[in-house]
Structure formats: structure tokens, C-alpha cells
Design a protein around this ligand. Sequence first.
Ligand code: PMP
Length: 305
Amino acid sequence: MTKLAFFEGDFVPIEEAKISITTHTLHYGTGCFAGMRACWNESKQQMYLFRAQEHFQRMLNSARFLYCELPHSKGELESITIELLRREKFKENVYIRPIVYKDEGVFRVWLHDAKDKLAIFAIPAGGYLRNSEGISMCVSSWRRVDDTAIPARGKVNGSYVNSALAKSEAMLNGFDEAILLNQDGHVSEASAANFMIVRDGKLITPPTTANLLEGIVRRSILELATAELNIPIEEREIDRSELYIAEEAFFCGTGVGIASIGSIDHRTVGHGKRGEITAKLDDLYRKILIGEHDAYTHWLTPVYD
Ligand code: PMP
């Protein structure tokens, strides 16, 4: 259970971490956030925070888009997060949500000159999707928000309306998840995860210029595929028609992990089950998260002394 939040510069009981209904970000979506994971390893009695510096760098990048001034460096943000997890005494997997918001009234829509505030809380992490095997996907009728409208490469609150529209449409039509195409009609990403396919034994994913979030798990997987599994990778545009002939497909992100896709627009992907490359990457990633892969401990920060 979540008991605490870092709020207005201090650790406070979660029920005291409240913002006013007049808050700018509530009305205009003018905030940004991070979504991080810390995993508990029972045999080591240790908890590991995954790639905190990369997450906070992306949050600071997102903050720049919004003219947010934060009085914290990446290092300080990581220390605050570790302190929060220690105070919570968590001994289970948790999802961590740092958020930057504009604590201003609503009679101005502009971003600059606003008071920016930071809050962080963590919640025990349940599964994001009902199943993470054989997920059914559809191509959304909604297009991914374009960089000329709201930068998708950062985690900007307001752009999640785009994700929410696509996700609800997919679910109400009986699918688990949506794939969004960008304005050019090429594959961008899922509602809250990046997307990869395997064709001819190559791992293929759209480039970060395709209006997608610069995902930390995405980057990690590309690194692992090359360094550990010797799988060729291609960062290139993906056509819609390639979705229907891919040997494997999965989406990946902090919340969902690596979720294999069973079908896209009612066409079975491969055998409809987790493919070989997806399985290898998933096994590797899970080991790394709990500190069971010595070559990647530099991606982790142990929470407890
Ligand atoms: N795309 C979107 C839109 C997301 O919300 C997420 C989840 N943060 C991702 C991709 C995956 O990013 P990451 O691997 O950094 O969690």
C-alpha cells in the first residue's frame, strides 16, 4: 500500500498530497511525468530501481518542452526516489510516478513564468494488462499526436488523451491494445508502450522520429538484442501491411514489460504464442530487472544498504 508521497519538498502522508482544483496542469495538461519500476529480489533481500538516470533525463527533457524549471538535478531526483522507497519499506515490485506540474491558476494558458512543482509516489505494481501473452491488437483509427502538435518523444500529460482515445476504442471493440499510426501512416507505437516486430529474423522498430516516446525499455531491448543475442536490429519505418506478415510482434515498456502479441486486426502473428526472440528478450530483461544478470547491474540502483 502507498503511504507516502514526496510533495512540496517533503515526504508527507499520501492523503495530504493534494492539489487545488484551480491547478493549471489539471485544466490544460501542462505537466510531464516519468514511469519507473523498482523490483524486489527475495533471495537477495534487495530492491533495484531500473535505469533511474535515463528516466529522469527524459523527464527533464519533457520539462524543457514545457518551460518547466525544476530545482533538482537527475542525481537529486534519484536520491529523493530512493529515500521515498526506503521510507515506504517496500519489499515488492513497485511502479514509481514522478510528476511535474504547473501550480498556477487557470486564467493564463501560457507555460513560461509559471510555478513548477514536483511530486513523487510509488504503488505496488500489478500487471498492466489482463494477460501479457498473445495480446490482441488493432490498428487505431486515431493517429499518433505529431511532433508539430505535442512532442510525443517526451511524457507530456496532455498527449495521453491521444493514448486514452486509442486504448478505449480498442478495448470497446474487443481488443486488448491499440497500435497507432503516425501522420505519415507508418507505425508509431501502442497506447503506452513501444512496438517491435521480427521479420526474417531481424528485430525491427520504428525510429524515435516516428512520433513515439523515447522508451527506456525500447532502448534497453535494442542494446540487449545486439550485445547479448546477436540479433540484427533495424530502426526504420514500419508499414501497416508488415504488421500482418511479421513472424513475431511485441510491445514493451516499464508498465507492461515485454508483452507478446497474438494477433493484429484479427490476423494471427506467427503461431499466436510468444515467439522465440520475444521469449529470449523477455527472459533476459526479467533477470536484469531483479539484479540476476551481472553484466547489467550498472542499469540498477539498489534501494537498501
Ligand atoms: N510509449 C508510451 C506512450 C508510453 O506511455 C510508454 C510508457 N512509459 C512507453 C512508450 C514505454 O516507455 P518506457 O520503456 O520508458 O517505459
